[in-house]
Design a protein around this ligand. Structure first.
Ligand SMILES: CC(C)(COP(=O)(O)OP(=O)(O)OC[C@H]1O[C@@H](n2cnc3c(N)ncnc32)[C@H](O)[C@@H]1OP(=O)(O)O)[C@@H](O)C(=O)NCCC(=O)NCCS
Length: 248
């Protein structure tokens, strides 16, 4: 992997300085840091398998800090029978279209205030961090490389909630991973997210996917609860670490 391929164009543009994403380290992590520093990188973002405590400790010694801990929930669709979506009749489940972008962005903006590893890094501009999720859902509506499907729950013309999916196919298995999902504040705790996830599982079965999976921050109790209640099972976990490269 070339050093240049590690630079995140999106984050570099957003924050106005070079940001790299490094998720695989060999034994020469120190050499990699020197090479990234030479390229003018200021911040490194890394997602590391939570089981690899040796690597996490090495990165800590190099100055990396943990900014979130996530688990990945999986739902095996091989024996799944599509479920009914039991909803108040005022609600409707449908796919998102481009005309939904302004409303989706508004829900994302209010839902992800102070959420996630970017916000946990107090050296990052919180106003720029706030734009990450609303930009993400906009790009998800416009670009199939980011999302193949976005399910929304609509309530009398209002977007109550949404969840995006990206399909992956490695020749043996075909599965979908959740991208971004949230429910607008005034619609929370009414089972809306669970109904959207059921609609997602039903779609996954139709698409002949082997499974669906979602990453969840371990302290996000409402989502963890919804996943467990639906029968999703945790099968891997990772930590997100940030490292600011010192000038000297
Ligand atoms: C997480 C989120 C999508 C849940 O949406 P929702 O429609 O309210 O979810 P549901 O109603 O289906 O289920 C929520 C469950 O969490 C429970 N819950 C709510 N707050 C809780 C808390 N602080 N601790 C534990 N459980 C909690 C609810 O009681 C409910 O469980 P129950 O029906 O068994 O009682 C919504 O809160 C949200 O958008 N949060 C901000 C963005 C976000 O976290 N997105 C997900 C990223 S992976």
């Amino acid at each position: 992997m070339k050093i240049n391929d590690l630079i995140s164009k999106l984050d570099t543009k957003r924050f106005g300085f070079k940001v790299a994403k490094v998720n695989h380290f060999d034994k020469k992590s120190e050499k990699l840091l020197i090479a990234l520093k030479k390229q003018g990188v200021k911040l490194i973002l890394s997602k590391v398998n939570a089981e690899d405590i040796t690597l996490i400790n090495t990165l800590e010694e190099l100055g990396f800090c943990i900014k979130d801990i996530q688990v990945t929930y999986k739902y095996d669709l091989t024996d799944y029978t599509p479920k009914n979506i039991s909803f108040d009749s005022d609600f409707m489940i449908r796919d998102a279209g481009k005309s939904d972008i302004p409303k989706l962005k508004k829900v994302a903006l209010e839902s992800f205030k102070n959420y996630g590893h970017y916000f946990e890094d107090k050296k990052l501009d919180p106003i720029k961090c706030a734009g990450i999720y609303s930009d993400w859902i906009e790009r998800s509506c416009k670009d199939k490389n980011i999302a193949d499907k976005i399910i929304v729950a609509e309530h009398k013309g209002d977007i109550a909630g949404f969840l995006s999916f990206k399909i992956y196919n490695d020749n043996t298995y075909k599965y979908a991973a959740g991208g971004l999902g949230s429910v607008a504040e005034k619609y929370r705790n009414k089972d809306i997210f669970r109904m959207i996830m059921v609609a997602g599982l039903n779609w996954g079965k139709e698409m002949k996917l082997h499974w669906e999976e979602h990453n969840v921050i371990i302290t996000n109790f409402p989502v963890n609860r919804s996943m467990s209640k639906l029968g999703f099972k945790v099968y891997k976990s990772f930590v997100t670490m940030h490292h600011w490269i010192k000038k000297k």
